[in-house]
Each structure stands twice: as C-alpha cells, then as structure tokens.
Design a protein around this ligand. Structure first.
Ligand SMILES: [Zn+2]
Ligand SMILES: [Zn+2]
Ligand SMILES: [Zn+2]
Length: 359
C-alpha cells in the first residue's frame, strides 16, 4: 500500500493544470510558519457589536431579513465600506498596456446568525438551510437587478488572517461586471476537458473518488511507483452532495463540497438539495473543528457566471464550495512561484478528517 510517511512530489491540479502543489511532508523540511489560531469569541451577544440584535440602527438599512426584521435569524445589509460601488457607470479606461475597469459592482454583508460567536459547525441544519437559501436568493436578485453583473461571489472569512474585520459571524456577497480569474481558469480548463472527453471533469473526479484506484507511474521507466486508493479522498458523503479532499490541495486542510449529480449553477439548487448541502457542509466543518479547531478559514462558492459568454458551460462546469483553512502563512517561495506547499499529505489529512468523531 501507499507509503504516506514521507512524500516529496509536485502534484498538478486535475482541474486547472497550471496550478500545482508541492507536497513535502518530511520532518525538518517544513518551509512554512504556522498561522496562529484565534481565540474564538463564543459570546452570544456583545453590547457594542453592530451586527448583534438590538443594534440594527448601527448598520446600513436591512436589504432582507429571514424570517422577518424583528425576529431575524439571518440579516442582509449593504456593506458600510464597499470595495465596489454602484454610484458610477462601468467604463473601461485604456492606457496602453495598462487597463482599468471602473470599480463598479455591489457589495453586501450577510449576518449569518443572530448569535455573535457561533461557528458554522455549531449552527443547526435548519439554520444553515436559511443561510444558504439567502445566498441563493441574493445571487438571483443581484443578477436580475443589473445585466452588467456577470459574477456574484459569495464568501466567508473567519479570523483576522482570513480577512474578517468584524468578529460577529458573517458572509459577504460581491457582484462584479468581470468574472474572477480563478473562476475563469476553472471554466476554461473544464471546457477543454469536456471538448476532449465529453465529460465534466468535476463529475469525473467524483466518479473516480467513489470507484477507482489511481496508479502513479514512474515517468522514466513506466513502472508502477505507487497505487493510491482514491476513495480515501472522500471526507463526507450525503445523499446528494459529497465533500472531498482535493488530490492537489493548495491548503493543508482544504475541502471541496460538490453536488453528486451534475449542476453548473448554484442557482439551480432545489429545496431538497439545500438540506443535504447544509448537512454535508455542517459535518465537514465539524470534522475540521475536531481535527484542527479554532482555525482561521475562508470558504467561497464557485459557480457558473451569468451572461451569454458563459452559457456554453452548462455541461462542462460544476459548482462547488471551497473551504480553505489558513493553517500556515504563505512564504515568498509560494507567492513568487505560485506553487503552493503542503506539509501534510492530502491522504493523511483526509484520513484524519474522516476518522474524527462527530455527532
Ligand atoms: Zn455581534
Ligand atoms: Zn459535473
Ligand atoms: Zn473552484
């Protein structure tokens, strides 16, 4: 069987081949500094927090509240300091090689829960269904509000290193007239894969994770170097969703959640799907909390952009949630080369996450 004790290899992302990860697990070879864990503020209510109940007047007005403004569990407001605004028209500016696109867009904040310090792993499945429905509804509303908006990015930061400036649990939605480069890369490569193999690369990876063994061959001799049981990448399996540990994880504890049946756009998610999605995300977050606890993280949704240019991606693109815990500080080597370094083998990380006991 595989020897995961000490690995040093460069793994190419099966989805975006230009992205690669150096997996270097040997002791004494760790070129990285650990990111600090943050003390989690577990208080339910904080008097001075603008996102806590009773302080609604300290935030911009409510865009939408679930179930209603007085008894809200999830509340959406405009961002007080938007990175993009809709006060000016989108207009391209061209200065030779240097191009500028007006910072036009929309920026909203979702207060994920009325309880100040609650973790996603502690939220009930019922609550997460409300939260994820809110993501879907706002995305839909933003796309409908303005056809210039091509992408609505939903993301969450937890902890200062992950970019969260307010401790109260919250997510953000940024709608832009341009599609983020990470998404474009995934779209381009998955489209190419589909043209070649007539299959969605994400579906292929899910099938592989559920069915086969992978074999690593020696590049020179062609001999079998190692067999990998790919089923070992499955962290959590629901009825309609699966959480997997990417084979070429950029972050040591990265987990991706995908619908088991092909779906390109998060807006296609049904009420039934939402329940299973909520459960799989909750369980994944519980496992992360058990194994690495108190860690700072980002999660974000990658889904099919809107606009004519991307309509041909229905069959080739597959939406997913990427959960990226920040356990180490990126080094100059990583930033300069774009080659991420993982000091834990993704197989070991997956095993630990799978073995974690959760209720
Ligand atoms: Zn609060
Ligand atoms: Zn697919
Ligand atoms: Zn992605």
């Amino acid at each position: 069987m595989s020897d995961t004790k000490s690995i040093r290899e460069i793994r190419i992302s099966p989805i975006v081949p230009s992205e690669s990860v150096l997996v270097a697990t040997a002791r004494g070879m760790r070129p990285k500094q650990a990111e600090e864990k943050v003390e989690r503020d577990t208080r339910e209510h904080v008097e001075k927090c603008p996102f806590c109940k009773g302080n609604e007047s300290k935030t911009p007005p409510t865009i939408k509240a679930y179930p209603d403004e007085t008894n809200w569990e999830v509340r959406i407001v405009e961002n007080l300091f938007p990175v993009l605004g809709d006060d000016r028209d989108e207009g391209g500016l061209n200065l030779g090689l240097q191009q500028v696109i007006e910072g036009y867009g929309r920026h909203e904040v979702l207060i994920d829960h009325y309880k100040h310090g609650i973790g996603v792993f502690e939220m009930s499945v019922e609550h997460l269904i409300i939260l994820f429905s809110a993501y879907r509804d706002r995305m839909q509303a933003l796309y409908q509000s303005d056809s210039r908006l091509k992408y609505v990015l939903v993301f969450k930061n937890f902890g200062p290193a992950a970019g969260a400036s307010i401790a109260h649990t919250h997510s953000q939605i940024i709608a832009t007239p341009v599609v983020p480069e990470n998404v474009i890369n995934e779209l381009t490569h998955s489209r190419q894969y589909h043209q070649k193999h007539n299959q969605c690369v994400f579906c292929a990876l899910i099938d592989e994770a559920l069915t086969y063994e992978a074999t690593i061959y020696d590049r020179e001799s062609g001999e079998v170097r190692r067999k990998i049981d790919v089923g070992q990448y499955v962290i959590e399996r629901g009825e309609k969703f699966i959480a997997i540990k990417p084979f070429a994880s950029r972050y040591e504890w990265e987990i991706h959640v995908l619908p088991l049946t092909h779906q390109s756009d998060f807006l296609q998610i049904s009420a039934d799907d939402l329940e299973d999605f909520a459960r799989v995300v909750k369980h994944s977050m519980q496992r992360l909390d058990k194994v690495i606890g108190g860690v700072q993280y980002n999660y974000f949704l990658h889904t099919q952009p809107h606009g004519d240019q991307y309509q041909d991606c229905n069959a080739s693109y597959h939406w997913h949630l990427e959960i990226c815990p920040r356990t180490s500080i990126p080094t100059g080597f990583e930033l300069g080369s774009g080659l991420f370094v993982s000091t834990i083998s993704p197989e070991d990380a997956a095993q630990q996450l799978r073995d974690a006991e959760i209720q």
